[in-house]
Design a protein around this ligand. Structure first.
Ligand code: ZN
Ligand code: ZN
Length: 340
């Protein structure tokens, strides 16, 4: 099969790659679309994604596709079914799985290497999508599922003020989810000035460009107190900003994936006097079904998160330049015959 393979740090090629092994409890899926994730760029840079990396490996884990074959023991799926796949497999019998925290599974593994003609995930990770949902939009299931977990942890109450630090693809989804959560005010902190108009059109109350003004001062000047902060940048500077702009009693969710060796310094005294609740959000436990339902409902304008769709051949250049990924989600059409 053909795949967009990470051969070594900094080296991606579109090349022949062996098909993944097909088990009797697996579903072989012909990948239609695969989204590029920030973690793919971490891997490209020679760092870990949600887990450590072994080379060579096809990039990508955010997919939609069509069932091409089902294993002998599989029920509930047939050839031709339109599906999406939760890339995170858990064992079901370790301490964490048995205590309702499957995403923290000690034996977890990634079962989707999605920039490839085929993937063969275990059936328990495969989900039907409704006819009303395009394959293209269904490729956003995993990132949206991760956002839903983050939103669950942020726990926005009606009318509260939320600040979102970083408005890439994830921040754009978070902004819409905050609107649906009936946040009273939404502050966006984002250095890409070109996003200002879009943010305000999407319902942001205040857009702060941190390269032009100090976010904490700008927010105070606007008379806004921040109850909840969703940090979507994953770098020390954005984490620093998130803790800085959090108001008294605020909850801060660190959602952006940081580089493994990254460290942040923060002021514990200030966190203490503000009595901050600082949480982290890891992957997408039990949120895949809700993400599919939300996408199918039409409540999320995915065009606001997608910056570009491209063919698999364009992947190496995008990995090297981040030209479109800097602005939002890049969707790669893996199967050229895909029409929706
Ligand atoms: Zn992802
Ligand atoms: Zn487990």
């Amino acid at each position: 099969m053909i795949a967009g393979v990470l051969l070594a740090p900094g080296k991606v090629e579109i090349t022949e790659f062996p098909e993944p092994p097909m088990g009797e409890d697996c579903v072989k899926v012909a990948v239609a679309w695969c989204g590029l994730c920030g973690t793919d760029f971490h891997k490209f840079a020679g760092k870990a994604g949600s887990r450590p990396v072994t080379y060579p490996v096809p990039l990508g884990h955010e997919i939609s596709g069509v069932v091409a074959e089902v294993g002998a023991k599989v029920t509930g799926f047939k050839v031709g079914d339109r599906v999406t796949v939760d890339p995170n497999w858990s064992c079901g019998h370790c301490y964490y799985c048995q205590n309702g925290k499957r995403h923290l599974c000690e034996n977890s593994r990634g079962v989707v290497k999605g920039m490839a003609t085929y993937i063969c995930p275990p059936v328990e990770n495969v989900y039907h999508i409704p006819d009303s949902l395009s394959l293209r939009e269904a490729a956003l299931t995993e990132p949206l599922g991760c956002c839903l977990h983050g939103m669950d942890l942020l726990d926005v109450r009606l009318g509260e003020t939320v600040a979102i630090v970083g408005m890439g693809a994830i921040g754009s989804l978070m902004l819409q989810l905050c609107r649906h959560s009936a946040a009273g005010k939404i502050v966006i902190v984002e250095p890409e000035e070109g996003k200002r108009e879009l943010a305000l059109r999407m319902g942001a109350t205040l857009f702060v460009n941190p390269t032009a003004e100090d976010p904490k001062e700008a927010i105070a000047r606007a008379g806004i107190r921040v109850d909840k902060v969703m940090e979507c940048g994953g770098i020390p500077a954005t984490i620093d900003t998130a803790l800085d702009i959090a108001g008294r009693g605020a909850t801060v969710v660190l959602f952006g994936v940081a580089a493994p060796e990254a460290r942040v310094s923060f002021k514990p005294y200030e966190a203490f006097t503000k009595e901050l609740v600082i949480k982290t959000s890891y992957i997408n436990p039990g949120t895949t079904g809700r993400a599919i339902a939300l996408l199918a409902s039409g409540a999320i304008d995915t065009s606001l998160a997608i910056s570009r769709q491209m063919e698999l051949e364009e992947l190496p250049e995008e990995m090297a330049t981040r030209r479109y990924s800097r602005l939002g989600k890049v969707l790669v059409r893996v199967d050229k015959s895909t029409r929706d």
